[in-house]
Design a protein around this ligand. Structure first.
Ligand SMILES: Nc1nc2c(c(=O)[nH]1)N(C=O)[C@@H](CNc1ccc(C(=O)N[C@@H](CCC(=O)O)C(=O)O)cc1)CN2
Ligand SMILES: Nc1ncnc2c1ncn2[C@@H]1O[C@H](COP(=O)(O)OP(=O)(O)OP(=O)(O)O)[C@@H](O)[C@H]1O
Length: 238
């Protein structure tokens, strides 16, 4: 299936600012292209982006207020949120990592990440707390008990729509948000170069509170009708 987006453009084209035009691309090839982009960043570019991301994060009220936060350990060019760790530990924030649940329902556990947490590589070669540690309930939190989550993104658009790795892990784990409150504040994180002009919204997508990149913060836009009314009011009052 290909997605109909507003800008009709040749596939793989870029806008002058480097934004990938998603028009006419199916989700799988768009995901592949975006993963290639972040993997191709040099080590220096990665380190600079990670530092800038963390500077952005530290300024946000959601992060300043966080007491129980989940982040992730990056792989294959994902932007690295771990420079935030010393700052979080200093502030006494409890830090959790996603762990693939052993019973293969494709959801995640959130397990405490401390300097002494035993770690192993999971089936995707991502480091995560070891099974014997994660098995203890005292070492993990149900997702609704987290106040803030940093959600790794493969792609995003200016309306704060997201695309992940395609396993549906975050969407399934966060499905409770539709009927249970309070919910964690969901902060998508990505390299600025992972922006595309438009992404499809799937029925199971859980909306993000914000997207934070090395270049700035994107909040979901208010309804288009509000913009129209706002413009209308300005015009009428003139
Ligand atoms: N760093 C990090 N940790 C994370 C996630 C993530 O996106 N990033 N996840 C977010 O959901 C979960 C893992 N989800 C994943 C879903 C699909 C693939 C995947 O398709 N990987 C390979 C191909 C499969 C393989 O190597 O066996 C690929 O990149 O093509 C990886 C992780 C939990 N932990
Ligand atoms: N709540 C849910 N229950 C069952 N299946 C779900 C749910 N949410 C998502 N899925 C499935 O997960 C798969 C992946 O979806 P999608 O391509 O939107 O992933 P994504 O945007 O990369 O998100 P994620 O970061 O969660 O992987 C889809 O096949 C979808 O049917």
């Amino acid at each position: 299936m290909t997605y109909d987006v507003t800008l009709a453009s040749p596939t793989l084209a870029q806008e002058p600012n480097g934004t990938l035009l998603a028009a006419g691309k199916d989700k799988t090839s768009l995901r592949r292209e975006l993963k290639r982009r972040r993997r191709n960043l040099s080590m220096q570019a990665q380190q600079l982006a990670a530092r800038k991301l963390c500077a952005q994060l530290k300024k946000l009220p959601e992060i300043q207020r966080a007491r129980r936060i989940s982040l992730y350990l990056p792989l294959n060019g994902e932007i690295d949120p771990t420079p935030l760790l010393p700052w979080l530990y200093r502030r006494g924030v409890k830090v959790y990592l996603p762990v693939l649940r052993p019973l293969a329902d494709n959801t995640l556990w959130f397990v405490a990440y401390r300097p002494d947490t035993p770690m192993v590589k999971n089936r995707y070669r991502i480091w995560e707390p070891a099974a014997q540690f994660s098995a203890h309930r005292r070492n993990r939190l149900p997702p609704w008990a987290l106040d803030t989550m940093l959600v790794p993104l493969v792609g995003f658009d200016a309306k704060a729509n997201r695309m992940g790795m395609g396993g549906g892990y975050y969407d399934r784990t966060l499905a409770f948000v539709r009927h249970r409150r309070p919910a964690p504040r969901l902060m998508g994180v990505a390299h600025a170069c992972q922006e595309v002009n438009s992404l499809p919204v799937e029925p199971w997508d859980i909306p993000l509170s914000a997207i934070v990149t090395d270049q700035g913060v994107i909040r979901p836009t208010p309804l288009r009708t509000n913009d129209i009314y706002a413009n209308e009011r300005i015009r009428i009052s003139q």
